[in-house]
Design a protein around this ligand. Sequence first.
Ligand SMILES: N[C@@H](CCC(=O)N[C@@H](CS)C(=O)NCC(=O)O)C(=O)O
Length: 203
Amino acid sequence: MKLYHHPLSGHAHRARLFLNLLGLPHELIEVDLAKGAHKQAGFLALNPFGQVPVLDDEGTIVTDSTAILVYLARKLKRRDWLPESPEAAAAVQKWLSVAAGQIAYGPCAARLITVFGASFQAAEVIQRAHAILALLEAEFASRRFLVGTVPTIADVALYSYIARAPEGNVDLEPYPSVRSWLERIEALPGFVAFARTPAGLTA
Ligand SMILES: N[C@@H](CCC(=O)N[C@@H](CS)C(=O)NCC(=O)O)C(=O)O
């Protein structure tokens, strides 16, 4: 398998993290976002959205980070990571939507300002980040992982941008249960860290 990625992309880190948690051998291909390689014809043929990550599984092309998580879990028939009961599948999907919604427009956007110079309104996206973190803090007060008692792709999808939220000036100090959950993910066999950038609160 090949994973087209960028080391500072949390979306790409989700896919890379899951490949490693599954113990799947893979080749990492870095896409030079700074030079606009993701908008060149060759890459757009793989992903018309012009975004990383992209998974190439022996010619089967899968784009979008959470779609890659679903693909890998289904391909390996890992019902632990992607359960099949209607209730659990719906719960996982709910958190994948949060990853593409509140996380993308909250902690991810806040970090895009400090790490990549994006032009979002800092106060607005930081406030959004704290809203989802407060909700998660309440969730983790009574459970170890987002769905059930074992990690699922929901946890993988949310991990990267929450772990690096301080780089976007989003303080994790008020969220001890969220920080304990991050540590539980980091203790999983095969865990691979998301690169740290000295920015925001970690500058
Ligand atoms: N929905 C996509 C979003 C991916 C995404 O936003 N990737 C960023 C890097 S973190 C990217 O490639 N941005 C370049 C661009 O949109 O032009 C996914 O989940 O994979």
